[in-house]
Each structure stands twice: as structure tokens, then as C-alpha cells.
Design a protein around this ligand. Sequence first.
Ligand code: IVH
Length: 708
Amino acid sequence: MYTPDRQRQLFERSKQLLQQQDKVATDAARQEAAALHQVIVYHEWRYYVLNDPVVSDYEYDQLYKRLEALEAWYPELISPDSPTQRVSNDLTEDFPSVAHLVPMLSLANSYNAEDLFDFDTQVKKLCGLDAGVAVQYNVEPKFDGGSIALVYENDRLLRAATRGNGAMGEDITSNARTMKSVPLTAAFSQHQIHRVELRGEVVIRKDRFERMNEERAERGQSLFANPRNTATGGLRMKDPKEVTNRGLEAFVYQLGYAVSEDGQDQLPRRITHHEGIDLLGTLGFKIPREEMKVCQNIQEVADFCREWEAKREAYPYEIDGMVVKVDSLALQDKCGYTSHHPRWAIAYKFKAKQGTTKLLNVEYQVGKIGSVTPVAKLEPVTVAGVSISSVSMHNEDFIRKKDLRLGDTVLVERAGDVIPYIVKPLEELRNGSERRIVFPKKCPVCETVLTRAKNEAAWRCDNTTCDAQVVQRMIHHISKDAMDIDGFGKSYVERFHELGWLRTLADLYRLRYDHVAGLDGFGDKSARNLLDAIERAKQNPISRFLFSLSIHHLGKKASKLLAAEIDHVLDLAQWTTEDFTNIKDIGPIVAENVIAFFAQAPNIALLKELERLGVNLRQTEADRPRAVSADAPLAGKTILFTGSLQLMGRKEAQEKAEKAGARNISAVSSKLNILVVGEKAGSKLKKAQALGTVQILTEEEFVALIEN
Ligand code: IVH
């Protein structure tokens, strides 16, 4: 029998089997990191590109963690091309990339009925509906495969693309054409639709997957990891015949974009989301007809989601949750979007895999706006292929509600398959030695007494000059989405801050070349590059600058919206709540926080100082919303730049082309109108010449054309 004692014994024993890895000296670390770098890149290629890994997820994770550890000990070992510095993106070299007609967004997540009720409340608020009114939702499975976008024009399949990075995907048309569930023609024109983009998921039946693996085993071939990888890998196979063999199927679940011959929006607004999907069903697409349901209120949604969670295993396809969508397209419009997801939809994620381990310690991290987050340090445990040793506990309430104690054995779950969290302590395993977690009264960094606002869960350090906050704000300021200072990483901020060089954001722009160049690990060249990148960042559009300021609740999208409305950043100091809320998609919370920021004299002083140091605070061309008129010089044209450009950078050229009305594409095909050739242009130029339909321009000719 498994008495608590016996369980504890078994548990401790299994943990002893985990090995410790020690810190090594600098030179050894450098060599080890270089070797790790190479093997990890190799395994990533096996896994993501070939879809045929040769090590287990666990072994891969061990390698990755080891490299992370070495880089944490010796930040100078981090190079921008280290596997740890990679951002998620599944573009490969094999397929040309194409721009989606509308960005392929993600979904907000929820994990329980409570989240769904919050979502419902939010939807009603956005739609201006009374709390008592019921909103209808369509609920459908959340397929766990590879997402695709299908474009039809003149009733014919024109293009299929993977999600890629959301804005650009890989053109996998030839593979999609092999899937019998993807109609090659569909009668959209009967509905006045000339061009349409559909969203869907490519999946493989679980039984088919199993049979395939059995056959592969018989032939002595390596096995596929899971249906999802088999589907996403299948989408990117070079030989379309092979794709057929995998038995891929595509469900469609979203009508993203539809226009008539004269370019009018033709999303059938008179109908609802589920009627739109039914329409696609009648046009020959594979839709989750039997699986989806229109629920009359959020309680029904919650019940339906739970019902599916219980029967998930019996369903022939892998699903990792349900997707809840406001059914009325008119209400969807009122909800709008964030830059990450539609506000009218939410994913209800099913429970993920779990594991148990010991809660060893709690560390407290101070964020960029001062919130103090307790982070549980765990004995490392592998859950669904990932080693977990540190998880956020969010706030004090989380600890109290779950009654977590130091020394507890805890149940850890990888919710949504990525973010691990603590489900609960296993009380039956307690032996009396567990200790209460005492949440600090003072900031662990600057010792300011922590405060907690009425409606907030976080304890906050209100000292905006607290070292931890200053560092976090700087890290945010230089980050990709903010000022995007090339080559300036987190570790440099921490190092320069420790040296006393960075007290305020303004100090970033006062860094001295001779200081940086004199540092261990820096040379003339790297110091020069860093300072050049800082210099360049000064000219950023103010949308980036606003976002870089770490104003609570002011996200990327809201920053863009504000930037479009002002001539100068300091204009915002005069704004009233109404000025803010008059802008679509800006709410009172953003207003309140921006107003509070500009009400502080030190913040105004900082902005003025930054401007004196040369940082741009005036609206630029890039801040203005783009409306391309039909008589723009390159209106409706597709364009591609090749070779090395002499007059401008590639990004700049592409932006200029876009402003002139063109769309950048990345491959030479019959769809390409203009090819601009720089120096040493190669195969693309040859291919375009062979096609004979592409207009070929020098850089000078391009500039002359757009300036005309
Ligand atoms: S709707 C703008 N519906 O889930 C609408 N997505 O986590 C966004 N997914 O990238 C997507 N089943 O690949 C939607 N019934 C469904 C879905 C679904 C699976 C995937 C999709 C998306 C991901 C977001």
C-alpha cells in the first residue's frame, strides 16, 4: 500500500536520481557553450525542419538549459545567434514567404469557468450592453495542428500559407492542393465575393497517425512524435506526393477577409459567425459542423466546454481546448482587437499535463512598474518534456488561496502547454516541517514599504527610482518592440547599471564610447556598433517611444493610436480623459495611467532631457496611419528588392515601397510586378528576366519612380 511515508520515500528517491551540473571556469564555459550551440542548432533543425528528432524532448531541454545556465553565469557568451536568443517563428528557407491579407492573430486564453465569465463581462462592456443581457457565442473545438490561411480569388484557390510570424507565412500552396479537404474551386462569386482569405487548421486523425507510426516501425523508420508535429511537418514537405501519404486534413473555422470585385468589404455582416462557417460548409469546406454549438449565454458556454473536456479523448482529432467566439459579427466589430488577439474570442484551454515536485524557496522579483512577483523555486521536474525549476506565483493571494508552504510537495501543471504553474500543495504529503511563506512588507531591492491598491492583486514598490524598476524599465526601453536598440541586451543593461552608468533612461543616451570600449569583452568595434545603434534609435517614431516608457497598461497598439493623434509627445500632458476615450480602442484605464504619468514633474523633466539628448519626440511619417490612395505611384503593385542596396537599407526601401502603395513579396513568380536590383543581384534577377513579365528597376529608377 502507498502510505504517505512510502510515497514520500519514493518521491525523494526519484529526485536523488537527478544529477547536478556544476559551474565551470570561463575558458571551459566558452568551449562548452560553443559546442552546445552547435548541437542545439542541429537538433532544432532535426525537429522543426525535418520533423524527425534524434533526441528526446527531455534530452534537448537538458542541453538547452545547460546553455542557458552558462550564459547566465557568463553573459559575455551570449551571441545574438545563440539558440537561446531565438524568437518563435517557423519560417524556413524552403518556401517563399508571403504576406497575409490580414494578420493572423492569436487567441486570448482561459482555463476555467471564472475566466469565461470575466470574458463575457468584458465583451458586454465593449459592446455597451447591460450586464443582464445575454450574448450568444459560437463554441468550437480548438484544433491542435498547424494553422493555415487559404486565399481564393475568382472562385479558385490562389494561395495557401502557414501562419509564420503572423504577418508573413510560408507559401505552401502546392502542398495544400494535395489535400482533398481543401477545395480547388468554391463558388464565392455567388455571394459577391471576389477575393477571400480563410483561416483553418491542418490536422491528422489520431488513428491514422497511430497506423502510420506502426507502419514506420515495421519499416524500421523513425517514429513521429505526435499528430501535431506530423501535421505541421507534413505541410512543409518538399514533395507534395509525400504530403498525400500523411493524410492531412484541413478544417476551416474563420472567414478573415472578403472583398468584392470593386474592393468593397464583403464579409457577410448580416449573418453571424456560425452562419458564415455553415456557408463555407455548403461551399465544400471541411468545417466542425457537428462539433460546434451556438450557446445562448456564458453559462451554457462553460457547460459545453466542460462537456467537451470530458469527451476530448474520444474525439478523433487532437484538440487542446475550445474556442469561444461572439457569434454576431456586428458585436465582434464593437469588440475590436488588440495587436495580439481579437477581443471577441477566447480559447478555453483543457488541463495540461502535470507533475509533482518540492517547493524549495520563494524569490521576489520587482517588475518595471514596481509590482512584486513571488517566484517559486522548485526542485527541477520534467512536465510534458520541459524541465521546470521556477514558476511564478503571481501575487500574495495566489499563495494564500492555495495555502502554499515552503517544503510542500506541489502539483505543477503546464497550462496551455507553455506556462507552468502550481495547481496545489499535496497536503497528504506534509510532515510538519513545512513553513509559512511570509510575503515581504518592504521592497526586496530598495526597502520601500510596499503598497497595494484597492482593485489590484499586486503589492507594489512605489519608489519609481528603485534600482530594480529602473533596470526593468531600461530593459523594456531597449527591447525589440520598444526602441529596438540593436545589440543592446538585458545583460548589458545590468552590467552598465552595476557600474553606475545608468541611473535614468537619459543615461542610456549619454553612454560614452571610451567607457564602453574599455570594458572587458568589448572592443572598439562592438562599442562603436552599440553607440551607433543608440544613435539610430533616437530617430524612432514616437509610437515606439511612447511604448518604451513603461506606462502601466499602455501597450503597443494604444501607443500607435496615441502617436497618430499628437504632434509632440508632451502634447499628452494637456490631454483630458475624454481626449483619450474619444479614440476608438482607447479606454479609461489607459487614459488614467497616461495622465498620471504626465502629471509627475520628474517624468516631464525626463522627457525634456531625452529631447535635449536628441531623442525624437515629434510625430514622424511612420506615426501617421497609412491610407494609400489609388493614384499612389506603385498602387496595387507587388515589389521585391534583391542584391545589396546602396542608397538605403532594405527595410527602409520596403517601407518606401509600401508608402507608395506597393506590397512587398519575397519570391519571383508570375505574381511579381517589380524587381529592384542592387549590387550583386543573383538568381532572382535571372528568374525575373526569364519570366519576361517583371519590370526590372535599378535603385535610382525606383527612387525616381516613387518621388514622381
Ligand atoms: S480563431 C482571429 N478558431 O489556435 C481568430 N483558432 O491559439 C483567431 N485554432 O493560431 C483564430 N482551432 O491556429 C480559431 N476553432 C478555432 C481554432 C483556432 C485552432 C488555433 C489557431 C490559432 C491558435 C491560437
